[in-house]
Ligand binder design. Sequence first.
Ligand code: PNW
Length: 473
Amino acid sequence: IQKSRAETEIRFPTGFVWGAATAAYQIEGAVDEDGRGPSIWDTFAHTPGKVLGGDTGDVATDHYHRFREDVALMASLGLTAYRFSISWSRVRPDGTGPINTEGLDFYRRLVDTLLEAGVQPWPTLYHWDLPQALEDAGGWPNRDTAYRFAEYAQVVCDALGDRVVNWTTINEPWCAAFLGYASGDHAPGRREPGASVRAAHHLLLGHGLAAQSLRGEGRNVGASVNLYAVSPAGEAAEDVDAARRIDGLQNRLFLDALLRGEYPEDVIADLGDLAPDVHDGDMEIIGGSVDQLGINYYNRFFVTGKEGAARAITSPFAEASPWPGSEHVGFVQVGRPVTAMGWEIDESGLAEVLTRVAEEYPSVPLYVTENGAAFDDVVAEGENGDGPRVDDPDRVAYIEAHLRACHTAISAGVPLRGYFAWSLMDNFEWGWGYAKRFGLVYVDFLTQARIPKTSAQWYSSVIGQGGLGRMSA
Ligand code: PNW
């Protein structure tokens, strides 16, 4: 039976936040300008063999110089919010010494330009670019880093707190801790499972301390976690145990800490000697520290405890496991369509993750702070005087399917308040350098020309009508 148009139309609640996201090292460039200090990503990207093609963020999308043009583009698409990150080493170049006013000024200009354009600024304080000097002092495995992070949060809050309502402390602590310190896929590239678990705890502690600095005067504080739907590849007991372990390290470790003020007992038991050193009072600082939770969702994992399966796709090199204490777990592809990252597309996992958080944890407003896909986009030269075009029907289909999943969750009562596409524009995709494109806007990295893809136009019309239906197939 053909459903009527009214029935197939999908509307989002009034006031739903429609955004797109980026991160400082992935877009800014200008790494030596206006007093910025080096971060662990500068060091890592400049170490041969760490990033595909030897790519670095030295120039990236040159957003530091082109932010006005980029904000104008956001406004023209009708975005109501823009999630970006602040570079710690621009603000406090060595992590402990003097504040660099010129660095802060960049974010003042950016925030003011966004507000003038009617786009709400959603800054993230830490999207993986630790000042190198703090890494030299031990990095996130060193407890002191959490306190330095809270100081930095206070400095940024003093500068922008009168104009910014929605704050994210840390982005994807799982990646920062386990890709950074266990598998070494990300900066600083260490392979020390015990240190990685300490890093995870200190990232959460830093978040909790920073939340204390940021709270007040109507400001909302959140953290963004990358959650996955996790399924056992088969019915065997070792597959079920593998799913419990990966769900534990990936999802529950962070959700239980942030929303319940405790670590899951089974995960701590699995970790054994690798378990973090938790001081008295830490869990009270971490628990109850979010006014809202950011969820980044990309895919579902099918996992197995049987030997011989592949590792998760976390870098083009992927030499070690980012699962401390559960290194034996394998990741199975089940034959679904994949993105250019090789990640299988499964939008049902997003509804599952959202519903799970809403049902199993104390209620806080939820935001999808990242969701999107890389595809092999190509520029078609325009005909009849039209400009160049980038047609990306796969990305439109990906985002549409995931927005439908969001709507399903909202209809089931999940307090989902907004959605941010990853990413506003093509950028430096970490270990893959410029080889993977996640943008709604295409960037020609030779000329820095921005070309909105079909997906950008499509997303703009979704925002314009507050939902899906009329224009979608
Ligand atoms: C997220 N993994 O990163 C980040 O927040 C973004 O900066 C990034 O560009 C985006 O997702 C796309 O990758 C991840 O290997 C990077 O499991 C790697 C993994 C997960 C998330």
